[in-house]
Design a protein around this ligand. Structure first.
Ligand SMILES: [Zn+2]
Length: 185
């Protein structure tokens, strides 16, 4: 019985994932029991293992320049659609107002995110209550990590906290271990 190269079989689809994988690479179901979302920020899991591109560690932010010159095209990007890959469910929100908070609801602490991932098992996936925010500026849309415990990734590149990065139609973001596909309508 060897234990050094144990693959992780997905309970949902039986896909054989590489050792150390936290999320199934085929169906995005969580393979770990639960991710830490407590108040101790130094107990984060090594989510970089999910990285398929080989871009490890915090990447230098590109500084995502905030361009105000672009004229808003009102026919574009009025709605953001979040597709939760593990369940294929979609959340729609207008992008025409202020920043949208992404996280998980906590009534006791009066945290009510605009995009509430609580119904999608967000706690187990390591989503923080106040995880990230997304907003439109001109005709560009930006994603910003809010200092989450398990980090925010844009196309598998880790974002630095409070450093906005531009999100394009069709991008994939990851909140902790929750993989979400983004599109605009
Ligand atoms: Zn699976």
């Amino acid at each position: 019985m060897t234990t050094n190269s144990r693959k992780k079989s997905c309970d949902r689809c039986d896909y054989q994932n590489p050792p150390g994988a936290l999320v199934c690479r085929r169906c995005y179901a969580l393979l770990a029991n639960q991710l830490e979302t407590g108040s101790r920020p130094n107990t984060t899991f090594n989510l970089n293992r999910l990285n398929k591109t080989g871009l490890l560690g915090p990447s230098a932010s590109n500084g995502a320049p905030v361009v105000e010159s672009a004229l808003p095209k009102e026919t574009d990007r009025n709605t953001i659609v979040f597709k939760i890959m593990a369940s294929a469910e979609e959340i729609r929100q207008p992008l025409t107002g202020g920043a949208l908070l992404i996280g998980r609801q906590d009534r006791r602490k009066h945290i009510m995110p605009d995009i509430d991932l609580e119904p999608y098992d967000a706690y187990r996936y390591g989503v923080s209550r106040t995880h990230a925010q997304i907003y439109r500026q001109g005709n560009a849309v930006y994603l910003q990590d809010m200092g989450s415990a398990n980090k925010t990734y844009l196309n598998e590149e880790q974002l630095e906290a409070r450093s906005p990065a531009e999100v394009k139609n069709g991008d994939t973001i990851r909140l902790g271990a929750m993989v979400v596909h983004i599109r605009f309508e």
